[in-house]
Write a protein that binds this ligand. Structure first.
Ligand code: PGA
Length: 332
C-alpha cells in the first residue's frame, strides 16, 4: 500500500495533499493497516502537516476504542479544576487527547439535549493544529450514532485571498477534518468567505454577524490561542468591542503559518475574523491549549491584567469560560 502512495506521491509531485486523502480513503473502507502505514510515513516526512495529525488521531481512536472505554471508566487521572484568575477556570488533563475527548463529550451532550427538545445548537469552531483531536473525537462519536443534524456552525476565521480549494484554507481544513465525515447539513455550515473582493468585505463581515444573530447566537465557542495571545485572528491591539472584520496578520502569526504555506512569503497577510466582541457574546467558551510552547502564553492569559496587548485576557470578562489544557501547557 505504501508503494501505491509512493507512486502517487512521485507521479503527482503532490504527496502532502494526495497521501492524506489516500490514507483517508483506506480508512473509510476499513483498510486500517494500510492507512496506518501511510500515516506513519507522513509523520516522519511532514510531522507538521495537520492532515497527518488528523488521520493519526482518528486512527488511534479506531485502534484504541475498546481500551479507551475501559480507561475512561477507571482513569486514576481526574482533571483538576484550578483557579488563577477568578474569572478563568482551567482544567488540566493528563493528555491533549483526554482534554479533546472531554470537550467532545460535552459537545455531544449539548447536541443530544437540544435534539431531545427539538432545538438546534450553534457551535463556534476553530482551526489550527489544536482542535484536530477534538474533531477526530467528534467523528468517532458520529460513527457511534451521534447525529449533527441539529447543529449550526460558525467558524472563527478564514484567510483572505485564497480559494476554498487551497490546501491551507480553513474551509478545506474544516471539511477534511470534520464536516466531510458527519451529517451536519451543508447549509448550516458558515465559514467567513475568504475570496470576497475588497469592495464587498464590509458587507460580507456584516452579513456574517447577522447570520450569527439570526441563528440565535453561539451556544459554545471552541477557541485556540496563538503564541502571541490572539483569539481567532484578533491580533494584539484588538479592542474588546470588535465585530467580524478584516485583520492584518501579525508577524508572529505569519511565522507560525510559514511551514504550512511553504514559506512566510506565501502566507496570506489578511484574514476575516470574528471580532473579540463576537467571541465574547458566545454563551460558553472552551479554549484548548496543548504543548509546552503554549505554557507561557496560557500563564499570561490567566494571570495578566486584561489588555488589548493580549486579546486572550478579554476572556476574563466572560462569565463562562474554561481552559482545557494538557500537562505541558498547564501553568506551573
Ligand atoms: P494552533 O493555532 O492550534 O495551530 O496552535 C492556535 C491559534 O492560532 O489560535
Amino acid at each position: 500500500m505504501v508503494d501505491i502512495y509512493r507512486t502517487t506521491y512521485d507521479e503527482k509531485g503532490a504527496g502532502h495533499y494526495v497521501a492524506p486523502r489516500l490514507a483517508y480513503a483506506y480508512l473509510n473502507i476499513g483498510l486500517h493497516d494500510a492507512s496506518r502505514q501511510i500515516v506513519d510515513e507522513l509523520m516522519k516526512e511532514s510531522p507538521n502537516d495537520w492532515r497527518t495529525w488528523f488521520l493519526h488521531w482518528w486512527l488511534r481512536g479506531t485502534e484504541e476504542q475498546d481500551r479507551k472505554s475501559r480507561r475512561v471508566n477507571s482513569s486514576p487521572h481526574q482533571p483538576r479544576p484550578t483557579m488563577i484568575s477568578p474569572a478563568l477556570t482551567h482544567r488540566v488533563f493528563p493528555t491533549a487527547e483526554a482534554a479533546s475527548e472531554a470537550l467532545a463529550d460535552e459537545i455531544a451532550e449539548l447536541i443530544r439535549s437540544r435534539a431531545a427538545e427539538g432545538r438546534q445548537v450553534v457551535l463556534g469552531l476553530a482551526t489550527g493544529s489544536t482542535p484536530i483531536r477534538l474533531y477526530a473525537a467528534l467523528v468517532h462519536l458520529h460513527r457511534q450514532g451521534l447525529s449533527f443534524a441539529n447543529v449550526v456552525t460558525f467558524n472563527l476565521d478564514e484567510y483572505l485571498g485564497i480559494e476554498r480549494s487551497h490546501e491551507e484554507s480553513y474551509w478545506n481544513f474544516m471539511h477534511f477534518s470534520l464536516f466531510d465525515h458527519i451529517d451536519v447539513p451543508p447549509e448550516n455550515i458558515h465559514i467567513p468567505p475568504g475570496t470576497t473582493p475588497d469592495e464587498e468585505l464590509d458587507a460580507a463581515c456584516a452579513a456574517y454577524e447577522n447570520a450569527i444573530r439570526e441563528a440565535g447566537g453561539i451556544d459554545l465557542q471552541v477557541l485556540g490561542i496563538g503564541h502571541n495571545g490572539h483569539i481567532g485572528f484578533n491580533e494584539p491591539s484588538s479592542p474588546p468591542n470588535t465585530r467580524t472584520r478584516v485583520m492584518q496578520l501579525n508577524e508572529r502569526t505569519i511565522r507560525d503559518a510559514a511551514n504550512a504555506f511553504g514559506g512566510a512569503e506565501n502566507v496570506p497577510k489578511r484574514a476575516i475574523t470574528m471580532g473579540v466582541g463576537t467571541i465574547l457574546d458566545a454563551r460558553r467558551i472552551v479554549l484548548l491549549a496543548f504543548g509546552e510552547s503554549k505554557a507561557g502564553i496560557v500563564q499570561r492569559a490567566l494571570t495578566e491584567e486584561i489588555s488589548a496587548n493580549l486579546p486572550a485576557t478579554y476572556l476574563q470578562n466572560h462569565p463562562d469560560v474554561t481552559l482545557y489544557l494538557d500537562q505541558a501547557a498547564a501553568p506551573r
